[in-house]
Design a protein around this ligand. Structure first.
Ligand SMILES: [Zn+2]
Length: 315
C-alpha cells in the first residue's frame, strides 16, 4: 500500500515514479528560488505528467513552505500522483530561533507519525493545528519520511531528526529518505538508523550521484540501501554523460535493483512555469531516452517502476 495525497494506491498500479521533486519549497538557503505559486507549480506538474511520469514524491519536509492541500488539488487536476513528505531537513535550512530547533525526539516522532497516520498540518506554523484537507474533504497524508545531514557531519539537531525518523518508521512502516551532501557519511547514516532497527532496504540516500563513485554505490546497494540519482542537467558540477557512465557501472555491479531516478529541479529559476529552465520534464524528455540506450529498457523500468513501488510500500 502506497500513501499518496489523494489516498492509498496498490503498488502494482503505481506506474512510473520521479522519486524527488518539489512543488512547494521556501528556504533561507535558497533566496529568490521560492516555489510558492500554486498555478505555476501545477503547470510544471502537468509537464512532468506529460513527460511520462505517473507519480512523484514531493520531497519538501517540515517548515519549508509546504502546502499539502495545494499538492492534493494539483494531483487531482493533473492526474499526477503525489507522495508527500513528513520529516525535517538538515539543520542549515532552519533559521536561528526557528521553533523546530527546540523539538525533542519524542515530539518529532509523534508529529512525523501523525502526518502519515492522521494527516499533515494545514500550516507548518501550527504543527498541531487543523489538518490539511484535499478536494474531497479527506485529510492529506504523507507517505514517506525524510531527514538530512551535513557534509561529513551529523549535528545534534540532525541526530535528533534521525532518531525521531526511526521511531516513526517503526510505527508506520514508511520508508526514510536521507538528504546527503555529496554522498558523504552514507554508510554512517545507515549505521545510525540500523542501530535503531531501520533496515537499509527501507532507506533511500538522496543525491548519491553527487559523488559518482560506482564502487561506493555498489557497497551501499549491497547493504540494501536505495541510491537516489537526481543530479541531471547540472553540467557546472558534472555532465549527464558522467551520470550515464556511473549508472551503467552500478548496474553492471549488480546495483540496478536499488537505483531511483528524480530531477530534484527544486529552484524557481529552473522551472519553465516560473520563467526558467530546464524544467521538470527534462528527466523524461532528455535524459531517460539516453539512459535507455545505455542500460536498456528493462533496467530503466526497474528504476522508474519496480524499485520505487518496493520502497514506498508501507507494508
Ligand atoms: Zn530536494
Amino acid at each position: 500500500m502506497i500513501r499518496t495525497v489523494l489516498g492509498d494506491v496498490d503498488p502494482a498500479v503505481l506506474g512510473t515514479v520521479d522519486y524527488h521533486e518539489h512543488l512547494f519549497q521556501v528556504s533561507p538557503l535558497l533566496p529568490g528560488d521560492e516555489l510558492d505559486d500554486e498555478s505555476a507549480s501545477g503547470a510544471e506538474a502537468r509537464m512532468l505528467r506529460r513527460s511520462g511520469f505517473r507519480t512523484m514524491i514531493d520531497a519538501t519536509p517540515f517548515g519549508l513552505g509546504r502546502d499539502p492541500s495545494a499538492l492534493a488539488r494539483i494531483s487531482s487536476a493533473t492526474g499526477l500522483g503525489i507522495v508527500a513528505t513528513a520529516g525535517r531537513h538538515r539543520e542549515a535550512h532552519y533559521a536561528a530561533g526557528h521553533p523546530t530547533r527546540d523539538a525533542t525526539v519524542s515530539e518529532l516522532a509523534t508529529s512525523f507519525t501523525a502526518e502519515i497516520v492522521d494527516g499533515q498540518p494545514h500550516s507548518d506554523a501550527e504543527p498541531t493545528g487543523p489538518r490539511a484537507l484535499g478536494p474531497d474533504g479527506e485529510p492529506v497524508r504523507a507517505g514517506i519520511l525524510k531527514g538530512g545531514i551535513d557534509y561529513w557531519r551529523i549535528s545534534p539537531f540532525e541526530r535528533i531528526t534521525l532518531d525521531a525518523l526511526a521511531a516513526a518508521h517503526a510505527t508506520t512502516g514508511a520508508a526514510i529518505m536521507v538528504h546527503l551532501e555529496f554522498c558523504t557519511a552514507a554508510h554512517e547514516v545507515l549505521d545510525v538508523l540500523g542501530s535503531q532497527g531501520v533496515s537499509a532496504d527501507r532507506i533511500v540516500l538522496a543525491h548519491a550521484d553527487r559523488d559518482p563513485d560506482a564502487g561506493l554505490h555498489a557497497s551501499l546497494a549491497e547493504r540494501g540501501a536505495y541510491l537516489g540519482y537526481d543530479g541531471f542537467a547540472r553540467p557546472r558540477t558534472r555532465s549527464d554523460a558522467e551520470l550515464l557512465s556511473l549508472t551503467a557501472a552500478v548496474v553492471d555491479a549488480g546495483g540496478g535493483e536499488r537505483i531511483l531516478l528524480g530531477g530534484d529541479v527544486a529552484r524557481r529559476t529552473r522551472y519553465i512555469a516560473y520563467g526558467g529552465m530546464p524544467g521538470l520534464a527534462y528527466l523524461g524528455e532528455r535524459y531517460l531516452p539516453r539512459l535507455r540506450v545505455v542500460v536498456g529498457d528493462e533496467a530503466v523500468d526497474r528504476m522508474l517502476v519496480t524499485n520505487p513501488a518496493r520502497l514506498l510500500d508501507l507494508a
